[in-house]
Design a protein around this ligand. Structure first.
Ligand code: BG6
Length: 483
């Protein structure tokens, strides 16, 4: 079958404010959780699974040595955005996914008016995208809750935070609806389960009390997302509102039915629950059972369940980097790391230095599964491979492994299209090197564009094209026909 990607397929790349912008204290911005996450010891790369943060680390992070916290300087995108966007445009990008930081636009929960300097900055970013005919895809919240929401409000568990984020989301949509058609309220909303501090501003805890707090915060995020989707649909019907999870793709360890059932249960709570609420508009039956079994009692206000129904997303997005294996009994089985999680090793797959198992076919498998369940257009919002790289004497990087990863994943995605899935776009994660979310390392590089900067923020900060730059450019030029 010759079916190819749609003629209007949105090829592009994705970054986030908290990993790229830097300028952590510029123009009134307040401190956020990623600003106080330390770089991990490289020896821990393979052990890295769930990311947690403790109250003690927050206290240390406020006063600690700047060098420990690389996200504070990012890649200085705050000052280099025009040239960085030009480099991406010259690769042929049709879409550029980036996030806006609430800590810039509404630095404090109590703020009633947005920060004019912050909006002027984002006006510039959007203007540059438009200048190059790239669709901006705006993530309104990407792993960067201000510390203030934890310190003074207890994180997203507090309903006041719904109003705070809603005020911010509405400000963005009212201001940018002419120029931005694709919107995403929350990056990987299931990180509320996998790494609660990242999205919810909730520190680690234990037991029933913590589970109630965490799930209440997740519910409050669902409500915020539905509210803004409903608002956008009512006021600006042309806007395309999305939803997203970090889809932790998993396979059963064996054909033992108990392994298969364990894997299904894992998938339901980790991924499907989050997409069901946002794409179907209701909590699935298994969520109710899970809550009962774990003594979780959500405080659901009048009208909220109706709101979830009305505020469903127009398209379904996910990140896909790797897959894991699950089993009914996990003891004595070899583990490996992954995006926001860890799981069992798959003997059929190879992994990168961080233990993320490379699995192109999994993208086809997953895309069919999601399209079958929701029947809504699919957007692959993140995909990519982190590697340790240095610039060679010719001022480039021969990253054939990245070209290979890219092509194999796109081939698998094209197969999903040939299976009949309606895939509308693909944004590679980190088209320009940036700070790793999970480990805060600069040396975990994803880019087609190399940034000359080391772990301590030292270097010329100049940008150089790797071999993959030309490869992706060609893929876009031919609409993925030659892979
Ligand atoms: C996703 C996040 O979970 O994975 C990104 O949305 C992140 O912010 C990406 O950068 C890759 O993870 P890492 O830990 O390699 O940066």
């Amino acid at each position: 079958m010759n079916k190819n990607f749609r003629h209007d397929f949105l090829w592009g790349g994705a970054i986030s404010a908290c990993q790229a912008e830097g300028a952590y204290d510029a123009d009134g911005r307040t401190l956020t959780f990623p600003d106080i996450v330390k770089r991990i010891d490289p020896n821990q790369r393979q052990n890295f699974g769930q990311a947690w943060i403790t109250d003690k680390e927050i206290a240390e992070g406020r006063t600690g040595d700047l060098l420990d916290y690389p996200k504070r300087w990012g890649i200085d995108f705050y000052h280099t955005y025009a040239e960085d966007i030009a480099l991406m445009a010259k690769m042929g990008f049709k879409v550029f996914r980036f996030s806006i930081a609430i800590s810039r636009v509404f630095p404090h929960v109590g703020d009633r008016e947005p920060n004019a300097k912050a909006l002027a900055y984002y006006d510039g970013v959007i203007r540059e995208c438009r200048k190059w005919n790239m669709e901006p895809l705006v993530t309104m919240s990407h792993f960067d809750p201000p510390i203030e929401i934890w310190e003074n409000y207890g994180g997203y568990t507090n309903r006041e935070i719904i109003d705070y984020y809603y005020r911010y989301f509405k400000t963005l949509i009212d201001r940018y609806h002419h120029d931005v058609k694709y919107w995403l309220p929350f990056n990987e909303i299931n990180c509320g389960l996998l790494a609660p501090f990242k999205g919810l501003g909730v520190c680690n805890g234990e037991g029933v009390e913590f589970e109630n707090r965490r799930w209440q915060a997740i519910h409050n995020q669902f409500v915020t997302a539905a509210k803004i989707v409903q608002y956008a649909h009512q006021h600006y019907p042309d806007l395309k509102m999305g939803c997203m999870v970090a889809y932790v793709t998993s396979y059963p360890y064996s054909c033992d039915p108990r392994d298969v059932i364990a894997n299904e249960e894992f998938d339901r709570i980790t991924n499907l629950l989050f997409l069901d609420v946002q794409a179907k508009g209701e909590y699935p039956y298994f969520a109710k059972t899970y809550f009962e079994q774990n003594q979780i009692h959500l405080q659901i206000e009048d009208g909220e369940l109706e709101l979830l129904k009305q505020g469903t997303a127009d398209w379904v997005g996910y990140s896909y980097y790797q897959s894991i294996v699950t089993a009914a009994a996990t003891d004595k089985k070899e583990r490996t790391s992954g995006n926001l999680t860890s799981g069992l090793k798959n003997p059929h797959l190879k992994a990168n230095e961080w233990g993320w198992q490379i699995d192109p076919d999994g993208l086809r498998y997953l895309t069919n599964k999601v399209y079958d369940r929701y029947g809504k257009p699919i957007f692959i919002l993140e995909n990519g491979i982190g590697k340790i790289e240095t610039l060679n004497a010719e001022n480039t990087v021969h990253d054939d492994y990245r070209i290979d990863y890219l092509k194999r994943h796109l081939k698998a995605l094209k197969e999903a299209v040939q299976d009949g899935c309606d895939v509308i776009g693909y944004t590679w994660w980190g088209p320009i090197d940036l700070i790793s979310s999970g480990t805060s390392e600069m040396s975990k590089r994803y880019g087609f564009i190399y940034v000359d900067q080391d772990e301590n923020g030292q270097g010329s900060k100049r940008r150089y094209c790797k071999d993959s730059y030309a490869a992706y450019k060609q893929i876009i030029e031919t609409n993925g026909e030659e892979l």
